[in-house]
Design a protein around this ligand. Structure first.
Ligand code: NAD
Length: 338
């Protein structure tokens, strides 16, 4: 039996990626849409054969809806904690979009609410369900590169303040943070996915034109570093000011893998080289999209009530690290122990 899902927030990512992902899913089906716009919710529900719609005011009524097992939060970041906790209190399992929430305290409250409700909480780090990323992780873990020495990761785009989904992203109460929260988190989370170990220090500097009118409340760019007890080090960047792209390069003692793009929706690429050679492509056959694989993975976690591959604790870890980076950058780049 497929688990039933409510999709909360019908914005651009929900409509263009999340909903189409469900159409390919094998263990998950959409049973409700939640939106502040009843006409949009009804139109989309009719189009996708979804039986029920809810508004934000009557959201708590989902508690009595037996057709909803899981709730997918696809709202602006500043609303993640509130709706995640309400859904957990309604007895549902929750997959929440990245970044998990605005503050460490909110993330901790979400993890605590999941424990209290005995329900699963996942953060939607989709590349953990993307075949090329999981193949690179497997090769790193199996030692194909030798001991890991250095990882770089960059993720950003040039933010158009007129694009509607960008408006809340440039407004701290709804965004939580700036480029590092929204897009740089891919390079940070991807670096830790490949490293499979925790850093002991972080440092960062802000990197964007300070007179840029887009960045009144959130940062437009951040360059960061991490060191690890093993001797591994990593550095990367996030930006709302450079041409869109994402890449991660993992250097081991005997080989390196370059992923570029690393966190695209549909077309990631990776190349393995052992020295100065041009290298060979890393291949992984996608069984179905990362969007479908992610919701099916969460349905399995919910069904067995065992932790999702990217649990709330991982989302909390990343917000803690980004907040430590902000503390470092606020002090001009001092090294912060984590
Ligand atoms: P969006 O602005 O297109 O959609 C947000 C939706 O929330 C809209 O339908 C809007 O009406 C609704 N909303 C409800 N209350 C609101 C309020 N008070 N202010 C503003 N909007 C409100 O944004 P999006 O790009 O779809 O992002 C939604 C979530 O998805 C975010 O958490 C974002 O980080 C995440 N996201 C993830 C990925 C990914 O690859 N995993 C990609 C894009 C976005």
């Amino acid at each position: 039996k497929r688990l039933g899902w409510a999709v909360v927030g019908l914005g651009s990512y929900a409509i263009n990626q999340v909903i189409p992902g469900f159409l390919q899913a094998e263990e998950s089906r959409m049973t409700a849409f939640v939106s502040g716009n009843p006409t949009k919710a009804k139109d989309l529900a009719d189009r996708y054969g979804v039986a029920k719609t809810y508004g934000y005011d009557d959201f708590d009524k989902i508690a009595a809806d037996k057709d909803i097992d899981c709730v997918y939060i696809v709202l602006p970041v500043g609303l993640h904690a509130e709706y995640t906790i309400r859904a957990l209190k309604a007895g549902k399992h929750v997959l929440c979009e990245k970044p998990m929430a605005s503050t460490v305290e909110e993330c901790e409250a979400m993890v605590a609410a999941a424990k209290a409700a005995n329900r699963q909480l996942g953060v939607a780090y989709r590349v953990h369900f993307e075949p090329l990323n999981t193949e690179v992780k497997r090769r790193c873990k199996q030692g194909e590169l030798g001991d890991l020495r250095y990882i770089t990761g960059d993720a950003g785009f040039n933010a158009d303040p007129q694009y509607p989904p960008m408006k809340w992203r440039l407004d701290k109460p709804l965004a939580g943070g700036g480029s590092m929260y929204d897009i740089g988190i891919y390079a940070l989370n991807g670096t830790l996915m490949m490293a499979d170990q925790m850093p002991d220090t972080v440092s960062a500097v802000y990197a964007y034109p300070k007179d840029d009118p887009r960045f009144k409340t959130v940062e437009g760019g951040l360059n960061w570093r991490m060191t690890f007890p093993s001797g591994l080090s990593a550095q990367g960047s996030s930006s709302y000011c450079y041409a869109g792209g994402s890449r991660i390069k993992v250097f081991g003692a005997s080989a390196a893998i370059n992923m570029d793009p690393a966190s695209d929706y549909y077309d990631n690429r990776a190349n393995l080289h052992r020295g100065w050679d041009p290298g060979t492509p890393v291949r992984a056959a996608p069984p179905y999209t990362q969007f479908a694989a992610q919701v099916d993975g969460f349905s399995q976690a919910a069904r067995s009530n065992t932790p999702h591959r990217t649990p709330g604790e991982m989302g909390l870890r990343d917000i803690r690290l980004i907040q430590a980076m902000y503390r470092s950058a606020d002090q001009g780049g001092v090294v912060v122990k984590v």
